[in-house]
Design a protein around this ligand. Sequence first.
Ligand code: NAP
Length: 252
Amino acid sequence: METGEKELSGKVALVTGASRGIGRAIALKLGSLGAIVLVNYNGSADRAREVAEQIEGLGGSAEAVCCNVADYEACGKMVEEVIGKYKKVDILVNNAGIARDNLIMRMSEEEYDSVLNTNLKGAFNTIRHLSRYFLKQRSGKIINISSVSGVLGNAGQANYSASKAGLIGLTKSVARELASRGICVNAVAPGFIDTEMTNAMPEKTREAAVGTIPMGRMGLPEEIASAVAFLAGSGSDYITGQVICVDGGMAI
Ligand code: NAP
């Protein structure tokens, strides 16, 4: 690294669902490490632009990019536009996700499909469209944001747990396929993190969830971003196909 260069200088990072919460913290962290950050969002245009502006305000480079990751064709278009403009993507963080909790007896087909389509198929869509560029450049870091719910299961989250467990299978399979070309594919499984997703839960449910955390507190989005930054940097070049739980001990 030359003097004045940051760890991710010259790298291009695409972070899905980066308009708020964990994705926002990841975008800010990668931007602070010198990466050019593409801040993907679906509905929250103003908030995504604010994240990009915040990165630029700190001397970095960023752009907000709209795309519904559940839409295969739209993901292809986003990838072509990004490659057209920046010539490459070095780091892909599949973070976009939704929860539509319900007990299995009451869960609608729509609740199941929408969660699987965003959380699991969304990651397939971006990886599928970007993999040929990763293969051509013979390098790359793919980081999928799973969940402790995908590792342990969680009552009321059959759809969400299935999507997050599916992401772990996707991570391991793609890691095996791309390893010989120097591409690392890993997952981060957050525990219970303080964001709008968990703020939407009833107070009682939140308290009960905190009671299951050995460290006795919720995690911060920045604590997930630190693990992602490690997996995005050269310090993790010999790590692939792994799931790092960042959960205060929930999955011990
Ligand atoms: P959040 O605050 O609800 O933010 C979700 C983000 O995903 C938003 O930026 C949203 O963008 C984006 N998004 C949703 N659907 C999208 C789509 N179809 N296409 C593109 N972007 C989409 O959630 P969070 O708590 O930060 O969670 C981020 C990730 O971490 C999710 O995958 C979640 O499952 C996972 N996770 C969270 C926790 C937790 O405790 N919070 C724990 C484990 C795992 P728009 O507003 O623009 O739609």
